[in-house]
Design a protein around this ligand. Structure first.
Ligand code: ATP
Ligand code: MG
Ligand code: MG
Ligand code: MG
Length: 562
């Protein structure tokens, strides 16, 4: 492509409203332009890179057995009412009316649409599992759109949805897409980590976020230095400053008839600095124990807890779920025994806590999807705090460190949340009707692009990894009034294109300083400068990362570039 016809207006000054590197550089290099707060156009070079990221995502999704489709951005209000999210999604959902007064949402996500498509046509277990995805603009009226593409109000997302007849099938596809996501972010050259996450407004339980490690990230990740434990801090357990003495702990463990102890006695006994009416709290007691304290009167507890948690997607857990999350039977959680007010849990229970299960030690009183600070306010408890750097890792291995992360991807096991509310069922082998089990999987394509720029830049501009750059080679004619230079640059341009390189030729009649400054901003990995030595058949070969800078004879150029 000749640069004289490329529309990529560059800026010398750092735009005053852009506070992070990716936002500044994408604006300065002429890759994006703002329309309104959180809403951007992708100019030709920006679009080229965006499509490259999207295509990496497509390749990995296709490899994992998913099929691309395209759903509408305008979605009928009735669908969102069926799932309950017309009321629950909140102000982030953009809403509008057509000329007849009918309500619509602009797609913030597509569970409702895809579930409605499946439920109308897919009836037999024989057609399951199936995974569908799309790459499409999403709309979210973010409270604080900022950081350019990182938090937009209209942004490009790859969203995928899987449908299953069994939990095993969901687990299998979830793992496969988890691997596909790891491949995507590896191919994007990103320094990332998959972390245990909070299922938020989506519902569901098993969920991981893919976090790019970056100081400007809005999320905090707690991870162990010795194990694979890594969690969004929202999901890391709360611990108390309270440290019972060794004697107290010993006494606790010696209690043999816990049913006779009331919660008040226990609180008094431990001298806990908390309100007495609260349901269930997690304490780090010492290196190896976590105490879960539950109010003794289960019924009162239950009602209070429900009112307290009511606004969220918290559900009563089944016996099986408790078993799975806590890795033990109800009633055998700790050495103190059944129906106790105070449970002393060894570290296998931490799994359940990390996975958001809380409640009393009795069937019917455990809740899942509980997230501290979302579902109840830590400030309600004196002296409680989040996990901190240096704490023991919740899996008992190593100590916790913190890092900032940018959430670029998110995978969820939704379960039957949408299929039940929207009545999407299938007939199993015995002709019995069951709700379809679902998973959903998102990648912020435009956010990933910005995260790449955050990681790949220097003081002069963007330094694209090879596979993502808008072009492979940038050929620059130093003086477009010099015929020898123009002709040689033209030859190089043609030759490189013939061997399959995507080449940008700077044929503009501009000062060489301007050309170099623009080239630095664009960040194309390989640069061929055709200047004074053109007559001798010598050009300058440079890489944008500064590793290579040398003179090359024209006969050698193709070799050098390959
Ligand atoms: P965040 O916590 O940053 O608000 P989210 O958890 O609300 O993100 P998801 O619903 O999980 O986002 O959407 C899937 C992916 O879409 C996210 O992992 C992220 O990469 C991307 N994404 C979400 N919101 C935005 C946004 N406002 N701008 C750009 N990308 C976004
Ligand atoms: Mg969000
Ligand atoms: Mg999030
Ligand atoms: Mg998310």
């Amino acid at each position: 492509m000749k640069q004289s016809i490329v529309y990529s207006p560059t800026l010398r000054e750092v735009p005053s409203d852009a506070d992070i590197k990716s936002h500044q550089l994408l604006l300065r290099a002429g890759f994006i332009r703002q329309n309104a707060s959180g809403i951007y156009s992708f100019l030709p070079l920006g679009n080229k890179v965006l499509q490259k990221v999207a295509n990496i995502v497509r390749e990995e999704m296709n490899n994992a057995g998913a099929m691309e489709m395209l759903m509408p951005s305008m979605q009928a209000q009735e669908l969102w009412e069926e799932s309950g999210r017309w009321d629950n999604f909140g102000p982030e959902l953009m809403r509008l009316r057509d000329r007849h007064g009918r309500g619509f949402a602009l797609g913030a996500t597509h569970e409702e649409v895809v579930t409605s498509i499946i439920r109308d046509e897919l009836k037999s277990y024989k057609k399951l599992p199936i995974t569908l995805y799309q790459v499409q603009s999403k709309f979210r009226d973010e409270k604080r759109p900022r950081f350019g593409l990182l938090r937009g109000r209209e942004f490009l997302m790859k969203d995928a949805y899987s449908f299953h007849a069994s939990q095993e099938s969901l687990d299998e596809v979830y793992d496969r897409l988890f691997t596909a996501y790891s491949n995507v972010f590896t191919r994007c050259g990103l320094n990332f980590r998959a972390v245990v996450a909070d299922s938020g407004a989506m519902g569901g339980k098993d969920t991981h976020e893919f976090m790019v490690l970056s100081d400007i990230g809005e999320d905090t990740i707690a991870f162990s230095n010795e194990s694979s434990y890594a969690a969004n801090i929202e999901m890391a357990p709360v611990v108390a400053n309270y440290e019972p003495s060794d004697e107290k702990l010993e006494e606790v463990q010696k209690v043999e008839t816990p049913n006779q102890k009331t919660i008040d006695e226990v609180i008094e006994f431990l001298n806990l600095p908390i309100e007495k009416s609260i349901k269930s709290i997690i304490f780090k007691a010492d290196e190896s124990f976590v105490l879960v304290l539950a109010r003794g009167d289960h019924e009162i507890n239950d009602i209070k807890l429900k009112n307290y948690l009511g606004a969220h997607s918290v559900e009563l857990a089944s016996k099986e779920e408790v078993k799975e999350l806590m890795n033990c039977e109800i009633g055998s959680l700790g050495p103190i025994g059944v129906k106790s007010d105070l449970l002393v849990l060894a570290d296998n229970a931490i799994k359940g806590i990390v996975n958001g299960c809380c409640g009393a030690n009795e069937e019917g009183y455990h809740y899942i999807n509980v997230t501290v600070n979302r579902d109840y306010d830590v400030k309600d408890f004196v002296d409680l705090r989040f996990i901190q750097e240096g704490d023991l890792s919740p899996d008992g291995k190593g100590t916790i460190s913190f890092a900032k992360g940018i959430e670029v991807g998110h995978v969820f096991k939704l379960g039957t949340k949408y299929s039940e509310s929207m009545n999407a069922t299938f007939l199993d082998e015995n002709g019995k009707s069951n709700p379809i089990i679902m998973g959903c999987y998102g990648i912020g394509v435009s956010r990933t692009l910005a995260a790449i720029v955050e990681q790949y830049n220097d003081e002069k501009g963007i330094v694209w990894p090879k596979n993502l750059a808008p072009f492979d080679v940038h050929v620059i004619t130093v003086n477009t009034k010099n015929e020898e230079q123009v002709n040689l640059a033209d030859d190089i341009y043609k030759t490189l294109k013939e061997i399959g390189q995507d080449v940008l030729l700077d044929d503009r009649n501009e000062r060489v300083g301007v050309k170099f400054a623009d080239a630095d901003l664009f960040g194309i990995p390989v640069r061929v400068v055709v200047g004074k030595k053109a007559a001798e058949g010598i050009v300058e070969l440079k890489t944008r990362d500064g590793q290579v800078s040398k003179e090359v004879e024209i006969s050698n150029l193709v070799n050098e570039i390959n």
